[in-house]
Design a binder for this molecule. Sequence first.
Ligand SMILES: NC(=O)c1ccc[n+]([C@@H]2O[C@H](COP(=O)([O-])OP(=O)(O)OC[C@H]3O[C@@H](n4cnc5c(N)ncnc54)[C@H](OP(=O)(O)O)[C@@H]3O)[C@@H](O)[C@H]2O)c1
Length: 343
Amino acid sequence: MGKVIGIGFLGLGVVGSQVISYINENREYVKEVYGMEFSVKAVYVRDINKKRNIDTSDVFLTTNIADIVENPEIQVCVECMGGAGMEETYKAVMKSIQNGKHIVMSSKKCLATYGMKLMEASNQYNIQLRFEASVGGCIPICRSLMQMSKGDEIRKIYGIVNATSTYVLSAMENHKISFSEALQQAKAKGFAENNSSEDIMGIDTLNKMRILLRLGMKVDVDCRYIEPVSIENIDIEATNQAGTIIRQIFYAEKTSAEDICCFVGPKALNSNHMLQSVSENYNMIFVESKHSGLRAYYGKGAGGRETASVMFDDLIDVLQNKYRFEDIEPIICNCLTSENLVL
Ligand SMILES: NC(=O)c1ccc[n+]([C@@H]2O[C@H](COP(=O)([O-])OP(=O)(O)OC[C@H]3O[C@@H](n4cnc5c(N)ncnc54)[C@H](OP(=O)(O)O)[C@@H]3O)[C@@H](O)[C@H]2O)c1
């Protein structure tokens, strides 16, 4: 028998249930390769009686968050809670860190808002914190940024990280339908949540950009100075006639040690730009650095199984490797407009 590692879950929805499936499917692999055995000790949910899409007969479901954050049998806390309870998520994760538990997180909204405090606490308490699922779904972009920017200076990070807006814009273009029809279609196909205003307004993309800039450029952008542009009032016909297509993008460029320029919103892309090929629930992120030049990351940005795959990797990573967050400087950014941004 391998060393038993107690795992606690915060949330058991689309993503959480798939992480448990990964744990069950990979028991032998984890034992053989890592000499460990994962044991799910408790799972925090809102409603114990809700029908789940995995068998929970041998899982201890609880509505008492202390059963996870105060449980001495739990060494790793896996957070898969909806963004709706951001403060609740933050408090639970912070308490878990203070109680010596490693953390695997998914909530980008919580990380964008409280990530600095959580990263500082994880350094202070000597705890491993990972959040690959928070940006880009199954694309290992956080891990790459954490490991790649040692001797090379990252100058630009940009791309598409919101599946809802991509779906809506491509449906408007391809099927000549209105914004509201396209949004309804996105909801019906599972590419958009019921309340998707943060996706449409660019707030979700802004949150994800903040997380990436902390890891890649070691800066914390003050969001009060960035106003994302909504995709709601786009003239699709005019952009198509001009031979371009529109996507909601984010763009950040470090122009000097103290200056950064950012943009979040719809951008008309020329037909030869790689971002043009991004559709449905795919994401694409470009990272440009001083010595290595341009690198691209592409893959599915949403989906329970896809997202759970990187959380399972994070779960192993927090137990195998040590990462200490470097100092991250607060920075005020200059806002670019879609027109003066050249891709
Ligand atoms: N779905 C994706 O494709 C995807 C991709 C990347 C990242 N993420 C992130 O992963 C996290 C989980 O997403 P999901 O799709 O699995 O969400 P979900 O299906 O809505 O599941 C959320 C889970 O959290 C529990 N919960 C407890 N307190 C809550 C609260 N105050 N508000 C909301 N939920 C609460 C819910 O309990 P009950 O089940 O009892 O309601 C549920 O089990 C989110 O932060 C999301 O941003 C999701």
